[in-house]
Design a protein around this ligand. Structure first.
Ligand code: FES
Length: 129
């Protein structure tokens, strides 16, 4: 089922909005110009992951002798941090940073003529919405 969510400008770069679509709450984010949409349920224990902090991935700075000289937050790779236990997911892909077998449940999202649409439906594994 396709849902009309609103105008594109309502989700600017770095922005997020949550929508209740039937029984599901979905978070829509704009990251590096592209929209992504995820179920607001963390694969760990069901926490409201889409309401978590968005932070740059923590990167270590390594000197010429291969020793760690400092840390910085990436401006390219952004993580969504689940507020319940801190599991981190790559915002652009939904992949769990600590366990690449786990992903946020993603929904197809597109913009047409300045309007945002999300499509929900049965999971490919035959499960419900
Ligand atoms: S429910 Fe999200 S980290 Fe535990």
């Amino acid at each position: 089922m396709e849902w009309r969510l609103g105008r594109s400008e309502e989700i600017p770069e770095g922005g997020r909005r949550l929508f209740r679509l039937g029984d599901e709450v979905i978070g829509v984010f704009r990251v590096h110009g592209r929209l992504v949409a995820y179920a607001n349920r963390c694969p760990h224990q069901g926490g409201p992951v889409c309401q978590g902090e968005v932070l740059g991935r923590l990167e270590e700075l390594v000197g010429p002798d291969r020793s760690v000289t400092g840390e910085r937050f990436s401006t390219e790779v952004l993580h969504l941090v689940c507020p319940w236990h801190g599991w981190e997911y790559e915002l652009a892909t939904g992949r769990c940073w600590g366990d690449s077998r786990l992903h946020l449940r993603a929904y197809p999202v597109e913009e047409r003529e300045g309007t945002v649409y999300v499509t929900t439906g049965p999971r490919p594994d035959g499960g419900g919405e």
